[in-house]
Design a protein around this ligand. Structure first.
Ligand code: DQA
Length: 144
């Protein structure tokens, strides 16, 4: 089964938005990197981004039985959404949480994550390469 890559709100503007924090790569670059990494490891990739929390939750429900694991950058919902964290346990697959920036050296409200307690692993502050590392780790977890 493929790997599901999910990106949360505002990440469609990657490359334009605060490049000093998030870098100059675009979401298309991220998806390309993720596809190349997954295919190198023998996995297909499905990728989606939304600015609508309910849509994200619907996609996570639909992923049950359809994907072998999920890499997610929940973006702002990381710090606000019990509902997203609750949804992420429904597919019963490993979840890797990615943050492009080092959230721990930023504002205090970014230090808490509702997603981390249900994540198999967390990659923070490696820039967009974090998505590659997350896919590599996810494949280790799902190949066990
Ligand atoms: C982010 C960090 C979040 O605090 C922020 O709201 C984002 C992006 C990151 O990738 O560094 O939108 O998840």
């Amino acid at each position: 089964l493929p790997i599901l890559l999910l990106n949360g709100p505002n990440l469609n503007t990657l490359g334009l938005r605060q490049p000093e924090i998030y870098g100059s790569d675009t979401l298309a670059d991220v998806v390309d990197l993720a596809e190349r990494t997954a295919s190198e490891l023998g996995y297909g990739l499905r990728a989606a981004q939304t600015n609508h929390e309910g849509e994200m939750i619907d996609w996570i429900h639909e992923a049950r039985g359809q994907v072998s694991g999920i890499v997610i950058n929940p973006a702002g919902w990381t710090h606000t959404s019990v509902a997203l964290a609750d949804a992420l346990v429904i597919p019963e697959v490993p979840i890797m949480e990615v943050h492009i920036s080092n959230v721990h050296k930023r504002e205090a409200f970014r230090h808490h994550s509702y997603v981390s307690p249900i994540a198999a692993g967390i990659i923070v502050g490696y820039g967009v390469r974090g998505y590659e590392f997350a896919i590599r780790r996810l494949v280790e977890l799902i190949s066990d």
